[in-house]
Design a protein around this ligand. Structure first.
Ligand code: ZN
Length: 225
């Protein structure tokens, strides 16, 4: 049975010292969490300084991110230390993009837009607000994702991005989008082996770059890569 995800949670690795934040890898965090006796890394993805997304725990399994609400949450962890340095512009960009993809994947976009105070996208420390509302059992003393990470500003960025996205002119179907991706890959590969002329390939590129095709493949890759 698939988990029902209700919130996307942002974390910091809290990894750094002497005013310097470190570009923590998913492998490092996996090791720390195993040393703590966990089965593997607790977060679903890790976002490095350059914006690269590294996979963590398979989101179909229950993560270990915020005590008491793990069953219904998805967790992004940013390399570095949010009390020492803000997220890099690449981390912010990548984090916003991935959060939007997960809001869409888990059918949370409408709720996020309609409930501005709903903490559908939240920082780890904001679990304390959920505790006040009776929606989570366990408060935290952590500043996670860090004093220099402004969750209100991040939610605003995500909201603006979502509102300015053109309405989809297709129906998203993950299986079909995967077939589109795989099919195009096969066509490109066959075209190369058949040594088709440049103009023919240009026509194929033109199809690949149509906004709908681009959006479908982008979303499929975000969700499945
Ligand atoms: Zn955290």
């Amino acid at each position: 049975m698939a988990r029902k995800i209700e919130r996307i949670v942002w974390h910091t690795a809290a990894h750094g010292r002497d005013g310097q934040a470190f570009d923590t890898t998913a492998a490092q965090m996996d090791q720390w969490h195993r040393e703590r006796g966990w089965s593997e890394i607790g977060y679903n993805v890790v976002i490095r300084f350059d914006g690269t997304i590294e996979k963590g725990r398979d989101p179909r399994k229950i993560p270990a991110g915020v005590a008491g609400i793990n069953e219904t949450t998805y967790h992004l962890c940013f390399s570095g230390h949010g009390d020492i340095a803000p997220l890099t512009p690449q981390q912010l960009q990548s984090g916003v993009q991935h959060t939007i993809a997960m809001l869409q994947k888990y059918g949370l976009t409408e709720r996020f837009l309609n409930e501005p105070e709903g903490l559908i996208v939240m920082g780890h420390r904001e679990v304390n607000e959920l505790v006040k509302r009776g929606l989570a059992p366990t408060p935290t003393l952590k500043t996670c994702p860090g004093k220099l990470v402004d969750m209100n500003q991040i939610r605003l960025l995500i909201r603006q991005r979502l509102i300015s996205m053109p309405a989809a002119t297709y129906t998203y179907d993950s299986h079909a989008a995967g077939e589109l991706f795989e099919g195009l890959r096969q066509v490109y590969s066959a075209a190369a082996r058949l040594k088709l002329p440049e103009e023919t390939l240009a026509a194929l590129n033109q199809f690949r770059k149509q906004p709908e095709v681009d959006a479908l493949i982008d979303r499929w890759l975000q969700e499945n890569r």
